[in-house]
Design a protein around this ligand. Structure first.
Ligand SMILES: NC(=O)c1ccc[n+]([C@@H]2O[C@H](COP(=O)([O-])OP(=O)(O)OC[C@H]3O[C@@H](n4cnc5c(N)ncnc54)[C@H](OP(=O)(O)O)[C@@H]3O)[C@@H](O)[C@H]2O)c1
Ligand SMILES: *[C@@H]1O[C@H](CO)[C@@H](O)[C@H](O)[C@H]1NC(C)=O
Ligand SMILES: *[C@@H]1O[C@H](CO)[C@@H](O)[C@H](O)[C@H]1NC(C)=O
Length: 344
């Protein structure tokens, strides 16, 4: 080390300014390298070392309720199932009644918990929907809300060609519904947390589509970025009320929405994705640089971390790569549609 400093000194020579500059660059490098090392360590600890989060702090096993939106399929259905396994009663909100009834029956039978269901279509922004939610939740000791309901574009599409109805649906389902559900249910969570001496939890499903500006999914991308800022701001507001607010980021997961059926290293099924999300609430995993945000699935986490530590999510390179990927997804979708039309 002292040898290195001697060298630095000799390069600088007699010029005081050059010497100071070299020291600044050296100091800056040390700070950068230390930060990188700390973040890498935290990433490894979060992903592979620390034990699963204990939900007794959120009232598990004490008759408390967890609300899940978009609960009848995919990721939401898994959130419901895995919270039932952690001994929470459930309030499941979604569109298709028959799917909700089947899930209610299954979870009540298997875990001996209470499951309430509500079927509403949140793409219609009508007050009756939210009155129904309020009535259902009235007087119940709710401690957890999982904002999962979501809609993406049918396939990647240039913004200027996006149909107005699709654009409105995305904003209504992803943003308006999430805001209103949270506003209706959170006061109950705060009350329950205070009276039962436990903590509350508000989780919201974000997406890599919001992390990285995504060409050909522009409206979805914007709607998810909206949720990132909103959720983080709310996290600050609710800290003193003992309510943890977290945004969960995810790259692709197999589901009806993503239209991906085969799992791979990068694409887990909903069960494994939700398992990673629920075990790491309160940690950042791949989202080391952002408050109240978690990228829980290990391969998504490594990808997020790598992009953030190299080119950055808002860079031209990331944007160009994303454009290329979504152009090819769109081309594949259009070819498949053409084949199916020819068959008929
Ligand atoms: N899958 C992915 O690759 C991925 C990646 C990143 C983020 N996410 C996010 O994860 C969340 C869940 O996605 P998913 O893949 O699990 O989707 P999914 O399998 O399509 O499930 C969506 C759920 O939302 C309900 N829903 C949809 N539109 C509704 C409406 N208008 N009113 C009421 N309920 C409605 C559906 O009910 P029905 O049973 O009636 O259909 C279903 O239960 C979304 O927020 C999505 O943005 C997904
Ligand atoms: C969770 O925490 C509670 C109380 O702090 C404790 O009784 C329980 O054994 C813990 N559960 C696990 C799986 O560690
Ligand atoms: C809508 O929100 C859900 C989760 O809340 C998310 O998975 C989905 O990607 C979002 N879709 C759009 C178009 O923003």
């Amino acid at each position: 080390m002292s040898c290195f400093m001697d060298q630095l000194h000799s390069v600088g020579g007699k010029s005081k300014i050059l010497n100071a500059l070299l020291w600044c660059i050296f100091g800056f490098g040390v700070v950068k390298a230390t930060t990188l090392l700390l973040r890498a360590t935290a990433l490894i600890l979060d992903l592979f070392v620390l034990p699963s989060v204990n939900y007794s702090k959120y009232g598990a096993g004490k008759g408390k309720y967890c609300v899940v939106t978009g609960a009848s399929d995919g990721i939401g259905k898994e959130f419901a199932t895995q919270m039932a396994r952690r001994k929470f009663n459930l309030i499941l909100i979604s569109r298709t009644l028959s799917k909700l009834e089947a899930l209610q029956k299954e979870l009540q039978g298997k875990y001996g918990i209470d499951v309430k269901i509500l079927s509403i279509d949140v793409s219609h922004d009508v007050p009756e929907n939210y009155v129904a939610v309020k009535e259902l939740c009235q007087g119940l000791p709710i401690t957890v809300l999982i904002n999962n309901v979501g809609l993406s574009h049918n396939c990647p599409v240039p913004f200027l060609e996006t149909e107005e109805q699709e654009l409105r649906n995305i904003i209504t389902i992803n943003n308006t519904a999430t805001l209103l559900f949270t506003q209706i249910i959170t006061p109950t969570i705060i009350e329950t947390a205070a009276s039962s001496k436990c903590r509350g939890l508000v989780l919201t499903m974000g997406s890599f589509g919001g992390l990285l500006p995504t060409p050909l999914l522009a409206t979805y991308s914007g709607s998810k970025a909206f949720l990132q800022s909103w959720s983080n701001a709310l996290a600050g507001e609710l800290k003193e009320a003992n309510v943890d607010v977290e945004l969960i980021l995810s790259y692709l997961v197999t589901s009806a929405m993503s239209k991906v059926r085969r799992t791979s290293v990068m694409i887990p099924n909903p069960r494994n994705f939700v398992s990673s999300a629920l075990s790491s609430v309160g940690r950042r995993c791949g989202a080391q640089e952002r408050y109240a945000t978690v990228t829980p699935y290990w391969s998504h986490a490594l990808q997020h971390w790598f992009i953030e530590e190299t080119v950055g999510v808002y860079s031209r390179i990331a944007n160009a790569m994303n454009l290329k990927m979504h152009k090819s997804i769109r081309a594949r979708y259009l070819r498949k549609k053409l084949r199916e039309e020819k068959k008929q």
